[in-house]
Design a protein around this ligand. Structure first.
Ligand SMILES: Cc1ncc(COP(=O)(O)O)c(C=O)c1O
Length: 417
């Protein structure tokens, strides 16, 4: 039905969530198996679930809680941040997941019309959070074509105009300190954001690079926002690190680590010394969730008590899935399969003859009953994102078989129906 009343330009001009498109695609395909969604296959720790089972009748569960989060969970997180992340001068706000944490941070730090910086391929929801809050000047920097780490010394790219492939082919021509030059613009971009380790690339950002980026932000007067959703998802002896300073905001999530996707708990670690930060953040929080679900916060607290070893054990079991999927992607050529050092993702380049990644994804679903994410959704057209976290080993084996068969056919005969 029509209406004379208009929808907001901000919403209209925000990208459509790729997962919604993928779910639609899956509904139309019989028996499709998914390597698409960024999820883990495990449930929260049994001990923690058992503890919250009996809580539903407790009156406090049904009431609003403190906006910032349950005091006991905040205290436990302050201790966890000190112990595990070496963050000692931060305050904590608990949110309904890391995505809401990111929106809170953007609304607290940015105004419509500000410019912000991210690196392609980027996490699509961060990009959408900027779009929907009226930030249209999204400066997208390149990543190193080998490591997929932010390449802070390459060319300046503006959103919508140029994409990942173009960045990669133009960047060597321009050289020099890309991030430094970008941050010396007037007005200075409001914030720089990265995901570590990355979604969609699975690449991790080593501490020296984080420090260098942070230093450039500090000198320019920009915020540095780091999404650590996959902090525990590190492989092959690599170590995730966090850094802190008065211009750094770190975001975390319970979703993947503790299999708590549907419980919706994340948190923000922000610099406690910055005047007004807490007060402004609280306004945003009070107008979006008021507080994160109380029973979910209680589950988060009990999951923390179980501890990171529980998570790490499950994460290390994902290595088998990763291996199977690296093999499945092999028909694309070894040099075209990257990432997977951390998080739950591999990032694979399609052959030049198949630049339309959405079309390849649709074909893989229809013909081979396996689902992956088109790179275009993350500013990386011509690429595929493959998740190795969502399936148990036996199911992953089936998915890997289908994917390999599909890609072999693609390379040999193209997208025959
Ligand atoms: C980098 C990153 N940040 C945030 C999220 C969302 O996490 P949450 O469920 O805590 O909102 C995801 C989920 O895929 C993610 O990959």
């Amino acid at each position: 039905m029509g209406s004379k009343a208009k929808l907001s330009k901000r919403a209209l001009e925000t990208d459509t969530p790729v997962m919604v498109q993928i779910q639609k695609l899956m509904r139309g395909a019989k028996d499709a198996i998914s390597l698409a969604q960024g999820v883990v296959y495990w449930q929260p720790p049994e001990q923690a679930l058992e503890k919250v089972q009996g809580l539903v009748w407790e009156p406090s569960i049904s009431k609003y809680g403190a906006d910032e989060g349950l005091p006991e969970l905040r205290q436990a997180l302050i201790e966890k941040l000190q112990r595990e992340n070496n963050l000692n001068k931060v305050a904590v706000m608990i949110t309904a997941g890391a995505n809401q944490a990111f929106v809170n941070v953007v609304l607290t730090l940015c105004d419509p019309g500000d410019s912000v910086v991210m690196f392609a391929p980027y996490y699509f929801n961060s990009y959408m959070s900027f779009q929907m809050t009226g930030i249209t000047d999204i400066l997208v920097g390149p990543t190193d074509s080998k490591t997929l780490q932010p390449d802070i010394g390459k060319s300046l790219i503006k959103n919508h105009l140029l994409t990942y492939q173009i960045i990669l082919c133009f960047s060597p021509l321009i050289g020099a300190e890309w991030l430094e030059r970008t941050l010396s613009q007037d007005p200075v971009p409001k914030l720089v954001t990265v995901v570590n380790p990355g979604n969609p690339s699975g690449a991790y950002i080593p501490k020296p690079l984080l420090l260098k980026m942070s230093d450039l932000c500090k000198r320019a007067g920009a915020w540095f926002v780091v999404d650590n959703t996959y902090e525990y998802f590190m492989y092959d002896g690599l170590k995730h690190s966090c850094i802190e300073d008065d211009h750094i905001v770190n975001i975390f999530s319970f979703s993947k680590a503790y299999g708590m996707m549907g419980w919706r708990v994340g948190y923000i670690a922000y610099p406690e010394a910055v005047d007004g930060f807490a007060a402004q953040l609280l306004k945003i929080q009070d107008n979006i969730p008021i507080c994160a679900s109380i029973i979910s916060q209680r589950l988060a607290l009990h999951s923390l008590e179980v501890g990171p070893e529980w998570v790490q054990e499950r994460v290390q079991n994902l290595i088998k899935n990763r291996e199977m999927l690296v093999q499945a992607l092999a028909p694309l050529g070894e040099e075209n399969v990257k990432g997977g050092e951390g998080a739950i993702y591999l990032w694979a380049k399609l052959p030049e003859e198949f630049p339309d990644d959405y079309e390849v994804v649709r074909w893989l679903v229809k013909k081979h009953h396996v689902v992956v994410i088109p790179g275009s959704a993350s500013g990386g057209p011509g690429y595929l994102r493959v998740s190795f976290g969502g399936l148990k080993e036996a199911d992953c084996e089936v998915a890997a078989y289908r994917l390999k068969k599909g890609l072999e056919e693609l390379m040999k005969d193209g997208m025959v129906e």
